[in-house]
Design a protein around this ligand. Structure first.
Ligand code: TRP
Ligand code: ZN
Length: 876
């Protein structure tokens, strides 16, 4: 096999042939499904006569091929590893092919595969080429007519995109349904589902008066777990009408839950297919976080109907066109239906931990990459989350009204087309009259910009000078960076009054909460009429995806934590304060010096616990210390043990000093009312469980008793899981083991709960975590071919920092072993799972060598293109 070759954005050419209509017939069989395709093909008017027809196709057994009804002789076409080529074709013709595929052998979960006996498809990005020969690229859009033939007993339900137009019986116990999708779409949005499924049905009337039938299809035992997804769907449909003026465009909208799925969910036209973990909920089986995740993903996939489906991507380099915009849309939706500040805090803490790490590692890439080997490797935090941050900056730059006009323009102008990121930004520029040319660099430049800020207050003249200097570190393939247009939202908080001071910049009044624009490498901003010495509150609400350094004293941070009018920055000031204290403790640990707790952090926490919170979920966030992963991101060289020890020390010191406060908060936030996934209850549960985690960190009898009782009360999964985690992560195996056993037996029948059971035990800090992983890999509920199980067991273990990074390298070895096996079974998952090993540069030399050794061992295998690309980058 030859080395996989990169594809370049600069090589883009429109397709020589387009398909205007696609007729498919599937005769389903686990080992030998027959797929007949009739493509209505036309040569592109600008292309020369005689251009060959090239179709993508992988792992297909061709059984028949004809053009305009004439079978082709063997010398009239050529089959390659990548597809099919016909040298001479008319300007307009019908192409008929028939192929055979084996869904039961498809463990990659791309194309047509089986999950729990049911058939389903996943075509994004390039799975359709495993179903039939086709121009598998998003700029070829066709209407589809699909007939699915299955066994009437085993597959009573036969689904595809659009509307069902015909159904009937066939000989031999077979039956069929024909579906028509009137909206032209690229083949990555094609879907088929067949199996013994049950549905929950509801309805929605659009603002324009269309009655839409809503269906969620699940296995029978999951019928009781669809309420939240259905309610979320209806809220999302209404929200998109009210916020973006976007209505649904078919009479039927279906969601199907499947157990084996590589990602969260997929926006196939009219037939969204979901990982069961992203749709099923019940108070007894799903946590608050899972309820919120389901709401967000249901909305995300629904919103794609416009941002992605009606207007799609010209090529896969433009992936963030649909993903960044759609993530931004689902983030705003969730902020509107939940506690908005908490939503933002959660987004940003995740972003700064995981996306910053990606941007700083060997797989760093721009939001619009200029080359790739395997597009499946580019469904990343950079494309999704950084893409969303860019859209958010755009919204803030032009203001909501212009943004909405730009969005209307975008949907109207490009409806039914496959377009680029420039097309999107151009609509925003036109609608706002702003020059966004420098802003566009955000899409093409990888790496996290860092801003060094300094401020100086001139008492005599009432002037505050703020100097900002930006730099973006080199990333692979991009040694030199240009300055970006970075919007910085800020306030100057008066140290006397504790209030935001009016901002006057170059004679212009910006209010008390203004935005300044950094365009140059270095810029000075001079604020006049500043009546008192201020502490600057910078990049409020995380106004740009950057690292902002300012030489805050601990007093400044404690001050901002109480006085900043921006809720997000109040939280962030607390995080910065905790990080300063953690830095000292990490150093103390490394130097073998006695650790001393910073009293300012204790006092800050005492004040937080004493105040009457207006948003309990926010308070819970403020009481949560930066995660070990986030602390590690701040360190020049990661010392996993020192970080763990330092964080543990802070937590226990706080618990010892403020034990009674935590107890009081715990008691004050217990509630007996029936579970509901609503903001107020969620806030109470978060606060209560954070308090419990402090009490359990010192393992005193009262804390243990509370955790045990909470576990046994069995009120809802949020509380049960929180208590179980604390018991299992404690040093008391006499508590951990019986609780785990009881939980495992109770939920043995429920795969989504068993995922949690796996994760909880392999993320414990005790040194037996690795042995537990090995042991659990033989558990009957575990399976390497189910991505959720792999993530729950192996993925969760790789996040267990002290145990994955064991000094003997056994954690790395285990991960590499699994990656090697998955390379054959499911390359997309293998390439994701290996990520922690690719971050070797961040660790000490011994660990570096161990990690690189495992990467080399993986490189010795016959690699899938997915893994090949990641490993080559990691070892470059
Ligand atoms: N487009 C999907 C989304 O973000 C995600 C997706 C891309 C996906 N490729 C996939 C899902 C492969 C499952 C499998 O909504
Ligand atoms: Zn998406």
């Amino acid at each position: 096999m030859s080395e996989p070759q990169p594809i370049y954005l600069s090589d883009y050419r429109p397709p020589a042939y387009r398909v205007t209509h696609t007729e498919l017939t599937f005769d389903l069989d686990p080992a030998a499904t027959r797929v007949k395709a009739r493509l209505h093909v036309e040569r592109h008017p600008d292309r020369e006569a005689g251009a060959p027809l090239e179709l993508d196709g992988e792992q297909l057994a061709l059984k028949a091929i004809a053009i305009d009804g004439q079978p082709l002789g063997e010398d009239e076409y050529a089959l390659t590893e990548r597809g099919l080529r016909v040298e001479r074709v008319p300007a307009r013709f019908l192409l008929d092919t028939e192929v055979e595929i084996a869904p039961e052998d498809n463990t990659a979960l791309e194309g047509l595969y089986q999950s729990n006996g049911m058939y389903c498809t996943q075509c994004e990005a390039e799975g359709f080429r495993r179903i039939t020969f086709y121009p598998d690229r998003p700029d070829v859009m066709a209407t589809f007519s699909t007939t699915v033939i299955g066994d009437a007993g085993r597959e009573p339900v036969l689904l595809s995109n659009g509307n069902p137009v015909e159904r009937g019986e066939l000989p031999g116990g077979r039956h069929f349904v024909t579906w028509e999708d009137p909206h032209p779409k690229p083949c990555y949005l094609f879907a088929l589902v067949a199996g013994d499924l049950k549905k929950v049905e509801d309805g929605f009337t659009t603002a324009g008066g269309r009655d839409v039938t809503l269906q969620i299809w699940v296995e029978e035992e999951n019928l009781g777990k669809t309420d939240h997804a259905m309610a979320s769907l209806k809220r999302a449909m209404r929200w998109d009408e009210e916020t973006y003026g976007r209505e649904y465009d078919l009479d039927l909208f279906m969601i199907v839950a499947v157990n084996d799925f590589n990602m969260g969910a997929m926006e196939n036209k009219g037939l969204n297919i979901f990982n069961s973990a992203a749709v099923l909920t019940h108070p007894d089986t799903a946590t608050d976080a899972a309820f919120q995740r389901v709401e967000g993903i249901v909305a995300h996939e629904y919103f794609h109907n416009w941002s992605g489906n009606r207007v799609t991507c010209r090529d896969w380099f433009q992936l963030s066109l649909k993903e960044g915009f759609t993530v931004f849309r689902d983030q705003c939706f969730s902020a509107d239906t939940n506690s908005a500040p908490v939503k933002r805090i959660e987004e940003v803490s995740f972003f700064r931990t995981a996306q910053f790490a990606e941007d700083a590692g060997p797989t760093a890439h721009p939001v619009r990459p200029d080359h790739y080997i395997e597009i499946g490797n580019f469904y990343t935090l950079t494309i999704y989350e950084k893409g969303a941050e860019i859209v958010r900056m755009l919204r803030n730059l032009v203001g909501w009204d212009a943004f909405r006009r730009g969005s209307d323009r975008y949907f109207e102008r490009f409806d039914g087309q496959a377009v680029t990121i420039e097309d999107f930004v151009a609509c925003m520029a036109e609608a706002s009259g702003r020059d966004l040319s420098q802003f566009l660099r955000w899409y093409d430049q990888a790496g996290t910009p860092e801003i060094d800020a300094h401020g100086e207050y001139d008492y005599a003249n009432g002037v505050y000078r703020l100097v900002l200097r930006q730099r973006t570190p080199a990333t692979p393939g991009q040694p030199d960076k240009r300055p970006l247009h970075i919007p910085i939202r800020l306030g100057l908080v008066g140290t006397k009054t504790g209030r935001d001071l009016p901002l006057t910049l170059d004679g212009e009044a910006l209010g008390t909460d203004g935005v300044i624009h950094l365009h140059e490498e270095e810029q000075e901003f001079v604020f006049t009429e500043v009546a008192e010495a201020p502490v600057p509150s910078l990049a409020r609400n995380f106004s740009a995806p950057v690292k902002l350094h300012f030489p805050y004293s601990r007093e400044d941070l404690a001050f901002l934590q109480t006085h900043d009018s921006d809720g997000f920055n109040r939280w962030d000031a607390g995080q910065r304060l905790a990080l300063l204290a953690l830095d000292d403790l990490i150093a103390a640990h490394r130097n073998g010096v006695e650790k001393v707790m910073d009293g300012r952090v204790v006092e800050a926490f005492r004040a937080l616990l004493a105040a009457e919170p207006d948003d309990k979920a926010v308070l819970a966030e403020m009481l949560t210390l930066p995660s070990e992963a986030y602390i590690a991101e701040q360190q020049p060289l990661v010392d996993v043990d020192a970080i763990h020890a330092a964080r543990q020390f802070v937590k226990q010191s706080l618990a010892l000093a403020l034990r009674d406060d935590f107890l009081r908060v715990y008691e004050a936030n217990r509630r007996e009312a029936p579970y509901a996934p609503e903001p107020e209850q969620i806030g109470e549960r978060s606060l209560k469980n954070v308090a419990l985690s402090y009490l359990m960190s010192i393992e005193d009898e009262e804390g243990i008793e509370l955790a045990r009782r909470q576990f046994e009360a069995d009120h809802n999964m949020t509380d049960v899981r929180a208590a179980l985690t604390l018991l299992v992560h404690s040093s008391r195996d006499d508590l951990a083991d019986p609780a785990l056993r009881a939980f495992g037996e109770k939920w043995a029948h429920d795969p989504l709960v068993m995922d949690q059971w796996f994760s909880i035990q392999v993320s414990r800090p005790q040194s037996d975590a690795l042995e537990r992983v090995k042991f659990l890999m033989d558990h009957p509920a575990f399976s390497l071919t189910n991505p959720n199980k792999v993530r729950a067991l192996i993925g969760a273990f790789a996040q267990n920092r002290i145990n994955f990074h064991r000094a003997d390298g056994e954690g790395y070895r285990l991960l590499a072993d699994v990656v090697i096996e998955l390379n054959r079974l499911n390359p997309e998952i293998a390439a994701r799972l290996v990520t922690p090993l690719t971050r070797w540069q961040r660790f000490d030399e011994t660990r570096q060598d161990l990690m690189k050794g495992e990467l080399e061992r993986i490189r010795g295998e016959a690699l899938s293109p997915n893994l090949y690309e990641v490993i080559e980058k990691a070892l470059a």
